[in-house]
Design a protein around this ligand. Structure first.
Ligand code: UTP
Length: 412
């Protein structure tokens, strides 16, 4: 192995990798060297050290965030907002991004989540197909083929592309679809050591959906949007099969409120529901995770008896182009997740652990919101716009999502 690579391993306490060399052939050693040279071990070490510290409690003032309830808007208001948003769509200033870089570990499907097939009343449909159906519907409604960008990760990029090619983009205009890969970070064990996978490479994984800002810039997506003169970009996750991502009312409302970021929310069903909610923290918009929301605040209600912190984040966001440009180079905070991952031992055995054994570092798309003074929150109906496919069974599973989807099918 090259001196340079060995020096890096020694500097960052990763020399255990040298014990694996007898298991590796020339090509595998070369691949490992390449990885060692590109990984930012300095950053990894800092992240590991941070995982050992408890979150230093800085002064955090949490307040309720104002929102607009779509249901309470008058037909006249809805019409006016729709007109504003429609104009943006008709002028081809609107684009859709689907975040599909996640691992989908909870679903346990072999392959990208978008290639999972659901039994709908229209027959079996892949999740990617469901998204395309909605884009095609917009093409029919507005006579405009909306550009569609799909964020993948190294793990699922090739498979995603092949799948879409094989299915001929489900009848969408291929020229309007672009895939871009997000960044990744190595997984580390609880001693801060990187691990090897079955392919004898250091195991790395997508760095969270907050990686979207950098990835859009690095992969020329921002440039492409600029050339197309796109002004508003809707971003949502692959898991929510009811994501209503062509929504002129949201665009109209955001423009009317003079904001550059917007999100949709649904009502939290009860104070204990394990979801992130919108709030203001130190005066800035923020999504607060359920574990960080003090119990008494989670229970607090307003004068109408509704939860004060009851606007659930469903990962459906609208950005003005300028936001994506601003955030292209900014660093978001990392969150640590303890996950389960198979690893290679120095004897060449591949072990699948029973429980969580590694740290994964992720950034979240909504952590950028605090950089802005305000944002638009539009409350929509859960049964109309939120049907996530996350778990294999039970809540938020293919079964529950398909039921909701079937009920909505005729409406969009
Ligand atoms: P989730 O938090 O549901 O993660 O992602 P996941 O990876 O899909 O599923 P689990 O936790 O392993 O079971 C929310 C959205 O963000 C995307 C996902 O594809 C999903 O649309 N995402 C997540 C990325 O695009 N990149 C990531 O690194 C993580």
């Amino acid at each position: 192995m090259k001196e340079e690579a060995i020096a890096i391993l020694q500097r960052y306490g990763q020399n255990h990798l040298l014990n694996f060399l007898p298991l590796l052939n020339e090509e595998e050693i070369h691949n490992l060297e390449e990885q060692i040279l590109h990984i930012d071990f300095e950053q990894l070490q800092k992240l590991y050290e941070k995982s050992k510290q408890s979150d230093m409690l800085e002064e955090k003032k949490i307040e309720h965030i104002p929102y607009i309830d779509k249901e309470k808007l008058s037909p006249q208001e809805l019409k006016e907002l729709e007109e504003v948003g429609k104009k943006i769509i008709l002028e081809q200033k609107y684009a859709v991004v689907t975040m599909a870089g996640g691992q989908g570990t909870r679903l346990g499907h072999k392959g990208p989540k978008g290639t999972y097939s659901l039994s709908t009343i229209d027959g079996p449909k892949y999740i990617f197909e469901i998204i395309v159906d909605r884009l095609k519907k917009a093409r029919q409604n507005y006579g405009v083929t909306i550009p569609w960008y799909v964020m993948t990760s190294r793990e699922n990029h090739k498979e995603t592309l092949e799948f879409m090619e094989k299915n001929e983009y489900f009848g969408y205009d291929k020229a309007k679809v672009k895939f871009f890969m997000q960044g990744e970070l190595p997984l580390i064990d609880q001693e801060g050591k990187v691990i090897l996978g079955q392919d004898k490479k250091i195991k790395e994984a997508a760095d969270g959906n907050g990686g979207i800002y950098e990835a859009m810039f690095q992969n020329g997506i921002l440039q492409d949007m600029k050339e197309k003169k796109i002004e508003w970009i809707f971003v949502s996750g692959i898991a929510n099969i009811l994501s209503n991502f062509v929504d002129p009312i949201l665009v109209g409302l955001t423009i009317k409120q003079n904001h550059v970021i917007a999100s949709k929310s649904v009502v939290k069903t009860n104070p204990k529901e394990k979801v992130g909610v919108f709030c203001k923290m130190n005066g800035k918009p923020k999504v607060i995770e359920y574990i960080d929301l003090p119990e008494e605040m989670a229970e607090q209600t307003d004068e109408n008896g509704e939860l004060l912190y009851g606007e659930v984040n469903i990962a459906t966001h609208l950005f003005h182009y300028s936001v994506l440009e601003n955030l292209a180079n900014s660093k978001l905070p990392y969150h640590i997740a303890v996950k389960k991952s198979g690893y290679l031992t120095e004897k060449g055995e591949y072990i699948e652990p029973e429980g969580p054994n590694i740290y994964k570092f992720e950034t979240f798309i909504f952590d950028a919101f605090v950089r802005y003074d305000d944002m638009t929150i539009l409350r929509v109906k859960r049964q109309e716009e939120f049907a996530p496919v996350k778990n294999r069974t039970g809540n938020d599973s293919p079964e529950t999502a398909t039921k909701l989807y079937n009920a909505m099918l005729s409406k969009f």
